[in-house]
Design a protein around this ligand. Structure first.
Ligand SMILES: Cc1cc2nc3c(=O)[nH]c(=O)nc-3n(C[C@H](O)[C@H](O)[C@H](O)COP(=O)(O)OP(=O)(O)OC[C@H]3O[C@@H](n4cnc5c(N)ncnc54)[C@H](O)[C@@H]3O)c2cc1C
Length: 567
């Protein structure tokens, strides 16, 4: 069973310390109970209890310190971090968020050549500290080139930091806030660390109404020394983007965790609710919505796990993760929204009730596609890879499942955040050849029509500059990439529930989605007659198979009483 069940988390692939962390975290939330979890949410209580638990159990110290700087068993191991991510999302986005922004805050530190700062971060992790990533500014949004945070050199070799930052998670408590700015009077970028408790660090307010603290802060002349400088110039710029490469991967897991908990809750409610003398789950449309939600959720998890395999195996000569990670970010998180929408249509009024986890998930699931670069920013990035992905495949050694307890050191040496158009990919066609399933074949034909369009009715120069048109093309491309890695992982996880029927059911949804995106491209004002003709070829009806769908439904039915959070 691929979905997380906290009552039986099946952590076989993890070592003893990692298992202990996951089990204790689950126990922390289950003993807190749903009532208190919801009360803290309504009261917007700062999660001091959770951070105390994290400190006492040395959880961030173990999970977020590279082995060179930490105690034995410390390492940055994406496989086990995924499991932790998922558990936090499962119990609430705010718990995940404080961990996530600590990860972002630590990115520029672990990427830095500044050994003293790294040792300080490791000691702070041992002491139970949290961290923050000070990139965004109120006036500039995604345009980080325009940062006006300034670091001014003093005559004694030190610096003074002045400026403001906005939307900075953990900005109220972080012991190290990795802050992005420029040296005054120059265009040279810099990352430096400040302590949020310094008297000249002014935490202005929490800009959101939440348990999380998303700070507006001012640096009113905070003294900075060479030991606080993390990186300069091109390295500082690269470490901002390379940190986001690490961070944006996690967003998918928050969505997976939240959608999984909401799924159990919705299924339990609907299967026990009787209307007109029958169970709500007997309605054919309800079965269809649960089935779609279930396979979408499986696909989210399969894709995110497979993307981790590539991320963990990355090197200077294999940077395929630079495509797969933004797909985790924009696709997995938007799929999470679809899962919640489907479930909400089933449970209707119940989804508003204050004693449900669902009510919280329905609100919070919306955040993930919008943070760390919107869906648009990520699609604009993703389309840069399209030409090489479809038309210039390159041989690579097979990347296996990466659940080994390795320290992912490449993350801190990703190199220049450029040259994306040069990255090559293994041939996406290979995996399709190993599945003899009707909807997988149909989907492959849809991709073929899409690639024919790219060759025979290539988007014009003008269309390529029109981001609105490009986004429609990008949705089709993203789905092709998504489906490929889902398929690769369906092979790897075939003994853990990814039987051929489930895979074909998943591709039934993909065929429908591809048709929808094709219609969207067809409808763009600037789409040419030739492009519209190819779009029509991309619109296909999936192959239905009532016996297969009913087998998948049996599996879903078996999940109805599997999990309920302690009261
Ligand atoms: C709850 C929360 C927590 C956050 N935590 C942090 C944090 O800890 N640290 C931190 O530094 N930041 C944080 N942020 C900031 C967040 O990452 C930014 O909101 C995000 O980067 C986008 O900026 P913006 O929302 O101001 O959108 P804007 O930059 O104003 O963008 C507006 C529109 O323009 C589009 N757009 C912009 N650039 C492009 C492009 N290149 N291509 C295509 N479309 C584009 C966008 O998609 C969007 O539709 C947080 C924000 C929130 C709400």
């Amino acid at each position: 069973m691929l979905l997380l069940n906290p009552k039986n988390p099946r952590l076989y692939s993890l070592d003893a310390r990692s298992r202990e962390i996951i089990e204790k975290t689950i126990a922390f939330f289950e003993s807190k109970g749903k009532k208190q979890l919801k009360k803290d949410d309504f009261d917007r209580t700062w999660y001091a209890d959770f951070l105390e638990f994290v400190k006492n159990e040395r959880i961030f110290a173990t999970l977020l310190t590279p082995s060179t700087y930490g105690q034995p068993e410390s390492r940055w191991d994406t496989y086990r971090n995924c499991a932790f991510n998922e558990v936090l999302g499962f119990y609430g986005l705010c718990y995940w968020y404080t961990w996530q922004v600590s990860i972002l805050g630590l990115g520029p530190v672990w990427m830095s050549p500044n050994e003293e700062a790294k040792k300080r971060a490791a000691a702070l992790l041992e002491a139970g500290a949290i961290f923050a990533f000070g990139l965004s500014e109120k006036e500039h949004g995604a345009d980080i080139y325009s940062t006006d945070m300034e670091l001014t050199p003093e005559s004694d070799g030190t610096y003074i930091a002045r400026g403001d930052k906005y939307y900075i998670g953990n900005g109220n408590k972080a012991s190290m806030v990795s802050t992005f700015g420029k040296f005054s009077g120059t265009s040279e970028y810099v990352f430096f660390a400040v302590d949020s408790q310094h008297p000249k660090f002014e935490c202005v307010k929490n800009v959101v109404a939440s348990q999380s603290y998303v700070a507006e802060f001012n640096l009113n002349g905070v003294p900075v020394t060479e030991t606080d400088i993390l990186s300069r110039g091109r390295d500082a710029w690269d470490s901002s983007l390379n940190t986001v490469n690490v961070g944006k991967y996690n967003l998918g897991w928050a969505s997976i965790g939240m959608s999984t908990h909401a799924f159990y809750e919705a299924l339990k409610h609907a299967s026990n609710r009787r209307l007109y003398g029958m169970s709500v789950t007997d309605f054919p449309h309800v079965k269809r919505m649960f089935t779609d939600a279930y396979v979408r959720l499986l696909a989210m998890k399969l894709f995110a796990l497979r993307a981790a395999d590539y991320f963990r195996s990355a090197s200077a000569s294999d940077r395929r993760y630079l495509l797969y990670n933004p797909v985790v970010k924009m696709k997995v998180t938007t799929e999470g929204e679809k899962v919640i929408d489907l479930l909400w249509d089933v449970i209707a009024a119940r989804g508003f009730e204050k004693d449900t986890y669902f009510e919280m998930a329905a609100r919070d699931i919306r955040a993930l596609p919008k943070l760390e670069g919107t869906v648009h920013v990520n699609i604009a990035l993703i389309v840069k890879f399209m030409k090489n992905y479809f038309f210039f495949p390159a041989p690579y050694p097979e990347v296996p499942k990466r659940s080994d307890p390795a320290d992912d050191t490449f993350f801190w040496h990703q190199g220049p955040a450029s040259g994306l158009g040069k990255i090559r990919f293994h041939d996406y066609k290979t995996i399709y050849g190993s599945f003899d399933l009707p909807n997988v074949k149909l989907f492959f034909e849809q991709i073929a029509s899409f690639t024919q369009m790219l060759v025979k009715a290539t988007p014009t120069e003008e269309q390529s500059k029109d981001i609105d048109f490009l986004l429609a093309v990008g949705e089709l491309f993203t789905l092709a990439v998504y489906a490929q890695l889902v398929l690769e992982n369906a092979r790897i996880y075939e003994n853990e529930g990814m039987d051929p029927g489930t895979v074909d059911q998943t591709f039934e949804v993909f065929v429908r989605d591809f048709s929808k995106y094709a219609l969207d491209l067809y409808s763009k004002p600037t789409a040419t007659e030739a492009q519209m003709e190819f779009c029509q070829k991309m619109v296909r009806k999936p192959v239905s198979d009532p016996a297969r769908t009913s087998r998948v439904w049996e599996t879903i039915w078996g999940l109805k009483d599997l999990y309920e959070m302690n009261p």
